[in-house]
Design a protein around this ligand. Structure first.
Ligand code: ADP
Length: 492
């Protein structure tokens, strides 16, 4: 636009018009097509004395309003730096409430010679179309706002007089700056909008960092948990379970894939301590049992003498008391013998013997309790090489336990069969059965659920059978019944 202004202003025809006011010049040079071709909205020509020679504003406004506006622009242009040969000045002016780009040039001859005889001004509204074209050219997203239209930032801008940055949201930011018009008065606010790429990248990096940190922390925690679980917690639980389940000989925690040496050492220490304590306890039990044997025999003998010599004198009540003393001594004797059996070394006097004979002898020692039916299914001709007295003690213990488990009656089936190199004697009762807890603690010495039980019957049975090179197994279902299986090697 500036160049067009210069083209028209430094031209002899314009130079003549500024002096002669011959309107033929206007009619032939400033037709509507001129405005359209140059995209102009305003043309002003004034003479050297600032008289308005020609004014046209392509806008819907009256001729008198056009004249007023043009007159004001011309009078203001006195302050513009427009000396004789200076090229065009340009800038923004508020025209009819809209920003307009104005270029003004002194009128000279075609040879660019003076003196200047007037001024020529062209103007183009900076409307949305024009702004869009400028945005495209400059690749900058901006808008020109008339002062008074941006209340949010205007007071700050006017106070500080320096550009202002405002974060609109996480996606874009705006910069605001005051623009002076051609008269050097603040008249417009330039707003430039920018996407917050750096901020978004920063936010993205932050999100990635947080996610990364979470993953690292999760992996770290999982590793710590894994190490704790496998190196400490599991072995400790295993150790605790082993300590809780200690039978006659405490078990050592086997060194698994993940268990540390420390845990195995600890397990050994616990195992050794428990075993030595158990040994000491059995020694004491054995000593006490030995020492009680003689006084018990003394009481029994004295009772026998009393019964024999004084039963008539003592009367019915006295004799009943003597019988009670006898029963108690018998019961104490059984406890003493059990304790001695359990705590002493097992010596076997082996002989070849028929299994059926041992089972029948054992059953013969009991009178079946009321309501209990006993049946036999014994394989004849199966001989074993065992200490008959000790094996019978085992069978008696299992039969007695079965009878105890059927207080309301039931059925006991004793059978024997061959299985591989063993003869298996099976005791199946339909009694009360055992809970998981009872099954777990069954082989522990002194574990009993009976009021008058000692809890060393089964551990002793196990020792005796294992001393023969056999094994003792149990299966039980609570409220259904129990099966004990005695495996004894067949005689060679
Ligand atoms: P005691 O007979 O002195 O209790 P044992 O070592 O022989 O000692 O038995 C231990 C415990 O095992 C018994 O108290 C009982 O709870 C359980 N038990 C043994 N045999 C049976 C069985 N056949 N049926 C149910 N429980 C049994």
């Amino acid at each position: 636009m500036k160049r067009s202004t210069v083209d028209y202003a430094w031209w002899d025809d314009t130079y003549d018009f500024a002096q002669n006011h011959d309107f033929e010049f206007i009619e032939s040079n400033f037709r509507d097509s001129t405005f359209q071709n140059l995209d102009l909205n305003l043309v002003i020509i004034s003479d050297i004395d600032n008289n308005l020679l020609y004014c046209k504003i392509r806008d819907n406004m009256t001729a008198s309003l056009q004249a007023d506006i043009c007159g004001e622009i011309v009078s203001n242009s006195l302050n513009w730096n427009l000396t004789g040969e200076s090229p065009a000045v340009s800038g923004l002016l508020l025209v009819n409430g809209q920003p307009m780009m104005i270029a003004a040039t002194p009128i000279l001859t075609s040879e660019i010679a003076g003196p200047a005889v007037g001024r020529l001004m062209f103007g183009i509204y900076l409307d949305s179309q024009e702004v869009a074209a400028l945005k495209k050219m400059s690749n900058v997203d901006f808008s020109i706002n008339v002062l008074g239209s941006l209340q949010a930032v205007e007071p700050l801008l006017l106070n500080s007089k320096s550009p202002l940055l405002v974060e609109n949201n996480e996606f874009n930011i705006s910069a605001y700056g005051l623009l002076n018009d051609l008269n050097s008065n603040p008249a417009f606010i330039l707003q430039v909008n920018r996407p917050r790429i750096a901020y978004q990248q920063g936010a993205w990096v932050e999100t990635i960092s947080i996610a990364f940190s979470i993953v690292i922390i999760a992996i770290f925690s999982a590793s710590i948990f894994f190490v704790l679980e496998h190196k400490i917690i599991r072995p400790m639980n295993k150790l605790a379970a082993s300590v809780g389940d200690i039978p006659f000989q405490s078990k050592r925690v086997s060194k698994g894939k993940f268990e540390s040496d420390e845990i195995v050492i600890l397990s050994d220490a616990v195992s050794n301590t428990v075993n030595s304590k158990m040994d000491a306890m059995l020694d004491v039990s054995s000593m006490v049992a030995h020492d009680l044997r003689n006084p018990l025999a003394g009481i029994r003998n004295a009772n026998y003498v009393l019964k024999k010599n004084y039963s008539k004198v003592l009367g019915e009540k006295g004799n009943a008391m003597l019988s009670t003393i006898d029963d108690c001594v018998l019961y104490s004797n059984k406890i003493v013998n059990d304790l001695l059996d359990y705590s002493s070394k097992i010596k076997l006097d082996r002989v070849r013997v028929e299994v059926s004979e041992l089972v029948k002898n054992s059953l013969g020692m009991f009178v079946s309790p009321e309501g209990v039916e006993v049946s036999l299914d014994i394989l004849e001709g199966a001989s074993i090489f065992v200490d008959p007295e000790k094996v019978e003690r085992v069978f008696c213990n299992l039969i007695k336990n079965a009878f105890d488990a059927m207080p309301g009656g039931g059925r006991l089936v004793v059978s024997a069969r061959r299985a591989g190199g063993f003869v298996v004697v099976k005791f199946v009762d339909s009694g009360v059965g055992m809970s998981e807890e009872t099954l777990r603690r069954l082989w522990q010495p002194f574990f009993t659920t009976k009021a008058k039980g000692m809890g060393i019957g089964l551990p002793t049975c196990k020792r005796i059978i294992e001393a023969h090179g056999g094994r003792l197994e149990v299966k039980s279902v609570l409220n259904k019944g129990t099966v004990f299986e005695v495996y004894l090697p067949v005689a060679g």
